[in-house]
Design a binder for this molecule. Sequence first.
Ligand code: LMR
Length: 332
Amino acid sequence: MRNLSAPLFVAAACLIAPAAWSEEPIVIKFSHVVAPDTPKGRAAEKFKELANTYTNGKAKVEVYPNSQLYKDKEEMEALQLGAVQMLAPSLAKFGPLGAKEFEVFDFPCIFPDYKGLHQVTQGPLGKQLLGKLDSKGITGLAYWDNGFKIFSSNKPVKAPADFKGQKLRIQSSKVLDAQMRALSSIPQVMAFSEVYQALQTGVVDGTENPPSNMYTQKMHEVQKHANISNHGYLGYAVIVNKKFWEGLPADVRAGLEKAMQEATVYANEVASKDNNDALAAMKASGKTDFHQPTAAEREALCKAMQPVYEQMGSRVGKELIANIQKEVAAAK
Ligand code: LMR
């Protein structure tokens, strides 16, 4: 009798509650490499919350910050293989995938401010660029800002001549490689999660980051100098595995799209505040000497990095660069 009752109970439960059994939420693993209290980290949490609301709990987003699951390069592979469903890698990280056009965002001094940048990322050109990811099995959903990068090092980084011979960590981007070489420094590609230790042990002298990344990784504790150069942009494309995305029930996908739209507005609102706060906190800590360059000093740095346009123009597309410059000019 005992043996019979268990299968009967299971069969009965199936009859009574088939809906409950088919309502396991669809899990979306969202992996990223930065701290939770950064623009990307906060926006990922916001998306998680909104996704739950707008899909009525049918989708469950799990956020894995701080390279907990994967480091930079591996997370791209994991997405393509379907081991994670969502990422927000920096735009610099699409070059190694073969989507070299994205390296246009790495060009030194290409965006003077957020206004010019948003003219691109929130306009048709940005959308067209996201479409280039289709052939890689990736759907691009949105751009999320971090902010403008500043140089830091254990040696001074004010004038172009200061950079000579310094070992500086970069993301894996040919454009960033050319940028550091234009300054006569020695670029070293390294995963984000390894930078703090490399700075601490002197494997590299310095790096470039938006203040929010520098602060949340405690890099200011191991960097004597910084130059608030705002010489380049670091932002993200939120991407999903294309097959997974297209296989979602239409109502779930629509809910996620709405969540992404709102999370994107939020992301781009918090980004500049986060960076300003991080900069203020680092200054207050007194560990790093922050230099605010004059317009002429910044101009001198931009000029020194200008050869990148000639060297990398054909890699990224001269027409694309010109189109971006046009958009930026239109935003003025
Ligand atoms: C970096 O590697 O420096 C950045 O891409 C980290 C990030 O995701 O902001």
